[in-house]
Write a protein that binds this ligand. Structure first.
Ligand code: ADP
Length: 518
């Protein structure tokens, strides 16, 4: 049987009777109290706003439940197992471009962990933190300021409202030297589907004082199993914080042409490998940058994709190139004075203009990226949902490329071709890791226009499929394309994940469909 609607904005899980659902809700209310179960149209509004294309309405929750403690999470899972009511955990549910808080299939109940928002510990000597799911980057930022602690955070693009734990579990990235969040994660507490509690790494050792200091523990390394997965509910997460450097200097490098992406990549690669450029570099496409602070109609009113020459002209007017690369140096004046000329020389040889605060101080783009690269709070990128129309539609496709110029160059050509075919604007960013690039392609559309919404879904599918044929796959995906991407990682990978799922979660109650599992 198909899932049946509870009303226009909520769905029952497939094959669940209304009575069974009502009985489960009653038990959930007795665990968390009436106020923290959301099971009517009004109170679930904030949980079904996904921004992604969902022309057929396949990703609607049945409601939400918000526990306040680990014990309540355990009790909720007991009810979920009893009634086979699937639970979709979120920490803050701000997974922008990937579905926000909405589940990978209709009828799952959002398990909203926002009330579990304690900063349990920050060790001032080791620079380690232990946090609950509801702790946002803003919360931690405020905590560090209040206690005058000499550490920086590493935030993703809409950091202030986003959970540290949620972003790290999705293997999100930021833009300081601690940009790869999972790399700087250390220790987890997980409630398994049967209610038992696992502490990973040193956390399982009685009286251990090294839970947040040593990642690997003993035996198989388990933390990875709980990232981008549905094997448990993570209720605590350890993170490492970056010591605040005495001096920080942000740079922007402006390149004029769309196909400069190859040269830029080849210039950055050696510096990321030898760590002369220590941070998570962003190579921002002009259209993406424009979308942060402008609306499409200011530059282009046609249905078809905005042409390169129009983007280029609008960018130039705003002090931007077709590609704008943001990196930063950290340390002392002496250290920066020694490395800056080496990097500057290499970028200049690639045809880039290397710019600093002095040159770009008034630019809101420079300001935004300079803020990100020191782990500061900025919400500016939310602006991109307003680029086209009034419906606020946005979905991300994020294929990975090795940091070798020809590959991102070819990815850019392919993405532009496919998006052009569907009349969408190619607005890219490349986030540079150690030896690869996350190519972040935001597809911005008007979600109030059903035809455009359908076209956006088709465009995503073709992009994922055609990139996949070349061996380029996403590092993360929207809930609407999880199966498609999981298929590209092959049968054996899917089967191993399925076996783990059956073993750990035989009733398939945690986030079925997440990353194509369960
Ligand atoms: P953020 O708001 O930080 O971007 P979300 O809270 O939306 O992140 O979480 C992103 C995804 O990570 C969720 O859709 C869910 O699949 C997973 N997730 C989040 N929190 C947890 C958790 N505590 N335990 C297990 N999975 C989680």
């Amino acid at each position: 049987a198909l899932a049946s609607p509870l009303n226009g904005t909520r769905m029952l899980p497939a094959e669940m009777d209304r009575d069974v659902f009502a009985a489960a809700i009653k038990e959930l209310r007795s665990i968390v109290g009436n106020d923290w179960v959301f099971a009517d149209a009004q109170s679930t509004v904030s949980y079904n706003k996904s921004f992604i294309p969902d022309p057929e309405g396949l990703y609607l929750p049945s409601g939400a439940v918000a526990p306040a403690s680990v014990e309540e999470v355990q009790a909720i899972l007991k009810v979920a197992n009893k009634y086979k009511l699937p639970m979709w955990p979120v920490s803050t549910g701000k997974n922008m471009g990937y579905g926000m808080a909405t589940p990978a299939s209709n009828g799952q109940m959002v398990l909203d962990l926002k009330r579990m928002n304690r900063i349990i510990e920050v060790d001032p000597d080791l620079g380690t933190a232990l946090v609950e799911p509801g702790v946002t980057y803003q919360d931690m930022h405020d905590y560090l300021e209040k206690h005058n602690l000499p550490f920086w955070l590493d935030v993703p693009t809409v950091g202030p409202i986003v959970s540290m734990l949620g972003n790290t579990l999705e293997r999100g990235v930021g833009y300081t030297p601690y940009g790869d969040h999972f790399m700087f994660q250390c220790g987890m507490e997980v409630v398994l589907p049967d209610g038992s509690i696992l502490k990973t790494g040193m956390g399982s050792v009685k009286n251990s004082t090294t839970w947040q200091a040593f990642k690997w523990g003993y035996g198989p390394y388990l933390d990875g199993l709980f990232t981008q997965s549905n094997f448990g509910i993570v209720t605590k997460l350890g993170m490492w914080l970056m010591p605040k450097p005495p001096v920080y200097k942000p740079f922007m490098v402006r390149h004029p042409d769309a196909d400069d992406i190859g040269k830029i990549t080849d210039t950055i690669r050696p510096f990321r490998m030898n760590n002369l450029i220590p941070n998570g570099v962003l190579i921002m496409g002009a259209a993406y940058q424009l979308a942060m602070f402008h609306r499409r109609e200011e530059f282009w009113s046609e249905e078809g994709s905005i042409p390169d020459d129009v983007v280029k002209k609008a960018a130039a007017k705003n002090g931007l190139g077709m590609w704008n690369t943001y990196f930063a140096l950290y340390g002392t004046d002496e250290i920066i004075a020694a490395t800056e000329p080496i990097i500057r020389g290499a970028f200049e040889a690639s045809g880039g203009e290397v710019l600093t605060e002095e040159d770009m101080g008034d630019s809101p783009w420079f300001h935004h990226h300079a803020t990100l690269m020191r782990g500061g709070m900025s919400l500016e990128e939310i602006g991109i949902v307003r680029w086209r129309g009034n419906g606020g539609g946005m979905v991300a496709f994020a294929p990975v490329a090795p940091a070798k110029g020809e590959e991102p160059k070819a990815q850019t050509v392919l993405a532009k071709e496919i998006m052009g075919k569907y009349n969408f604007d190619y607005a890219p960013a490349y986030a540079v890791g150690g030896r690869e690039l996350h190519h972040i392609i935001f597809l911005m559309f008007d979600k109030s226009d059903p035809e455009q919404e359908k076209r956006a879904a088709q465009c995503m599918e073709e992009m994922i499929t055609r990139f996949g044929e070349k061996g380029w796959c996403a590092y993360r995906s929207s809930i609407s394309t999880m199966d498609l991407v999981a298929d590209q990682y092959g049968d054996t990978n899917r089967q191993v994940n399925a076996r783990l799922k059956r073993t750990l979660d035989p009733n398939n109650i945690i986030a079925p469909g997440k990353q194509g599992i369960g």
